[in-house]
Design a binder for this molecule. Structure first.
Ligand code: AMP
Length: 406
């Protein structure tokens, strides 16, 4: 699927209203600790400025109306997009103006007077409850900030919010397009979801089965192999009658786990489950550990990582694959004692990519893992969107995409 991008428009003398995803992590001093999302938006902004256009940027940051201060007030400082200004200016090499309220008269005066080559960043859209509600009047107001609407916010493309979806209604078809990031994300997801070269292996990990049910069911019609790791493996192992000690388990999903395993068999998809694992006596970075077969899990211990035999087996499947999707870590990789499995799988994906496989890594924690282990440039594509990518693999059409493609 190829989307109509900013390349189809000459922006000379035009104001582009770009929905970006600057929802970046900040430390206690409000420094940006991972600027991937800002960096990813730069090529689209630069193309418009190079054409002789001007740019109005809008984004959300966190959930300011849901994560309130203890006294019930909104923490404006913590959720201010002004903290992203210096990073943005650094990448663009130009001064960026800032509107302290995205929909105030002052903001509209600033956007109305933008000259060619100038950039304005609007304050957090989610300071208005209308944003997440997809309020039409609010979207219509936002639309006044630009002549052309550009959506480059893949991270929120699965939300029908005012700035991601509804705002597109106020631009004619020739005045709404996608940014390069959106186009690349959708093209790469499409390459795996619809055009995977076989064998196609999906690696699905992370904490809970319940978050991954739809994606697992969909993958049964697409993948040749599904490697399951992380906390979610234990619901499957228990469903097969194994003792899992205190490992994570969703009791209400045991039947569903069995159904998925049966369906996989009938569809000729091989689902792999861990054969051995690293156990801990408590959920703690300094816990006592032991490595055993999944047939020998003693009471009172919990599985927090896959172990050698599983790593070997999973790596062999990965090595033999031509297309790889990876979502979710194989263990509690945030703790050093339980990161070996995730590191090994990351390395196997990187090696397979080096040998010509196409690999797509997506979903918050697996992205954090490849970044942490310095392997981001050794896989084919690292997605910036967790929920949005999952929804593509659940077979859904993203509202932010549909709003422009119709
Ligand atoms: P998710 O957001 O569903 O991809 O889950 C990611 C989280 O799952 C990470 O924070 C991991 O620490 C956690 N996780 C991975 N493996 C396990 C496990 N065996 N037990 C408990 N949590 C796990």
């Amino acid at each position: 699927m190829s989307l109509k991008t900013v390349d189809t428009i000459n922006f000379a003398g035009k104001r582009a209203l770009i929905r970006v995803d600057f929802n970046v992590p900040l430390d206690k001093q409000y420094n940006v600790t991972d600027d991937t999302r800002i960096r990813s938006a730069i090529p689209t902004i630069k193309k418009i400025l190079a054409d002789g256009g001007s740019v109005v940027l809008m984004s959300h940051l966190g959930r300011p109306l849901k994560k309130l201060n203890e006294d019930g007030s909104v923490n404006f400082e913590k959720h201010s997009l002004k903290h992203t200004l210096s990073t943005l200016e650094g990448y663009l090499g130009v001064k960026v103006q800032f509107a302290t309220d995205c929909a105030s008269e002052e903001a509209f005066a600033l956007s109305a007077h933008l000259k060619a080559g100038e950039v304005l960043l609007l304050e957090n859209l989610r300071f208005y409850k209308e944003e997440e509600k997809g309020d039409a009047a609010f979207a219509e107001k936002l639309a006044k900030h630009g002549d052309i609407y550009v959506n480059d916010a893949f991270g929120t493309a699965h939300r029908a919010h005012a700035s991601t979806t509804i705002v597109a209604n106020y631009f004619t078809d020739d005045k709404k397009v996608f940014g390069y990031l959106m186009a690349a994300e959708v093209a790469n997801a499409d390459k795996v979801y619809n055009k995977a070269e076989k064998p196609f292996t999906a690696i699905i990990g992370g904490a809970k089965v319940s978050d991954k049910i739809l994606i697992l069911e969909n993958l049964l019609d697409k993948a040749d192999n599904i490697l399951i790791g992380g906390g979610m493996a234990y619901t499957f192992l228990k469903a097969l009658g194994k003792k899992i000690g205190n490992s994570l388990c969703e009791e209400d999903k045991l039947d569903l786990a069995l159904t998925i395993l049966e369906k996989a068999k009938s569809k000729g998809v091989t689902i792999y489950l861990p054969v051995d694992h690293v156990l801990a006596d408590k959920f703690d970075a300094n816990a006592n550990t032991q490595t055993v077969s999944v047939d020998d899990t003693p009471d009172g211990w919990m599985g927090l990582d896959i172990a050698e035999k599983t790593i070997e087996q999973y790596s062999a499947v990965i090595t033999a694959s031509k297309t790889i999707l990876w979502n979710g870590p194989m263990g509690v990789f945030e703790m050093e004692k339980f990161q070996k499995g995730t590191v090994a799988i990351a390395n196997a994906v990187a090696a397979a990519t080096g040998n010509g496989a196409f690999s797509l890594v997506g979903g918050g924690d697996s992205v954090a893992a490849v970044n942490q282990f310095g392997l981001a440039d050794k896989v084919s594509y690292v997605s910036t969107g967790g929920g949005a990518l999952l929804e593509i693999f659940e077979g859904k059409t993203l509202p932010g995409v549909k709003a422009i493609t119709g």
